[in-house]
Design a protein around this ligand. Sequence first.
Ligand SMILES: [Ca+2]
Ligand SMILES: [Ca+2]
Ligand SMILES: [Ca+2]
Ligand SMILES: [Ca+2]
Length: 435
Amino acid sequence: MKKKILSLIGTGLLSLSLAGCSSVGLSVDKLMHPPKAVGDKAEIQTLIDSVAGEGYTLKYPQSGSYRSAITMKDIDSDSEEEAIAFYLPQGDIATVHMLVMDNIDEKWQSVGNFKSQSTAVESLNFCDLDGNGLLEIVTSWKTFTANVNQLSYCIYEENKTREVPCEYTASSILWGDFTEENGDELMLLSLASTETQASATLLDLNENKSELTLTGTTELNADVASYASLQVGNVFENQVGAVIDGCTLTGEYTTQLLYFNSYFDSLERISFTEDVVYNQKLRSYPVMSEDVNNDSVIEVPSAFKHKIEKDRTDVAAAADLYWCQQTQSGTVLLIKRETASFAYGFTFEIPKSWDFEFTALTNHDTGEVTFYKWEKDMCSSPMLTFRIFDKEKAESTTGYTVLQETDTRIYTYITYEDTDLNLKESEIKNAFALM
Ligand SMILES: [Ca+2]
Ligand SMILES: [Ca+2]
Ligand SMILES: [Ca+2]
Ligand SMILES: [Ca+2]
């Protein structure tokens, strides 16, 4: 949890605010793929100039992993990169072109030029639907309707790129081997809009590679207004699927788990129906699903506020997180419970030995998060205090045990006598993690 809980913040796309959330595309870790050699770069530029004509504009995909106007990628697995460029010819307003280029016999040349009916590129993606180890190009084009993007699907073979007819639209796309045979499938995710229902659709390529075929489809939660995090991974033991963390119009987060059921030959959504307190449908904290115990199954967080006495204003309740693993049968396994301080950016894993009620309260004036036993609807004895020292203030940490330091803060703790804390120093250190 420590690394990924707010991993999207670095991109500036996700706000800490509980009131609202922004949509994001796929991971943005590979934004730039510039040509390796200056010579190649210049040749590619010359080629685009000659194909696109005078006064064209380069266009940049607006989301996804590839955000350059010119993307370098080895599509056909020959260890040499091909180049893909998007441009709008001069005088046009709604026909962005996708130009595919390859270096054949020491010369960069056009191996496909496709004219869209779009003013902008949403994302450029590569997947392998026929499972031959060579990538296909899936482009998502913006339309005039928000969250409805037109898809195109191209195959590059024998120095030629050809387009396979594709009438599908999607808000976002994912791909992976969801059927666990015959290469990837493409998963189209659509948010509810004036034109579309909230749904997921699984597509594959037919045998003679002439059309995309429907492998499965399922309805999705129509209250989800944007996607906050999309992942492909194990949704329960030995079952790959899609984990969709979404944000509702009212600013709450919710998770949907999808997988392809080979027995019933259908795309299924796991319903969060088991009646246990921590099996939560909506959460107000921006915590995304993540594999928190490294067993390769992705856990879904439920996030609550800790208990606090009525009318208290000197302190605020910290977050109480339950990391849950869903199962095919609908039962839920509790994997880990943590207290999280979003204000100070740390988590503390709750030890199994705490079989009593407790709470964790934050005092922003003193920089402290304190765990108390909770009895008769109120805090009783304090057990453990994390104190976060601001380095700028240069206060003495004497009496506190230091856990970790960042550029601006020193994280420390103290314990109290005669409590049920029941933790050694090493256990406290192990349970503590920065986000
Ligand atoms: Ca290549
Ligand atoms: Ca392929
Ligand atoms: Ca497959
Ligand atoms: Ca896990």
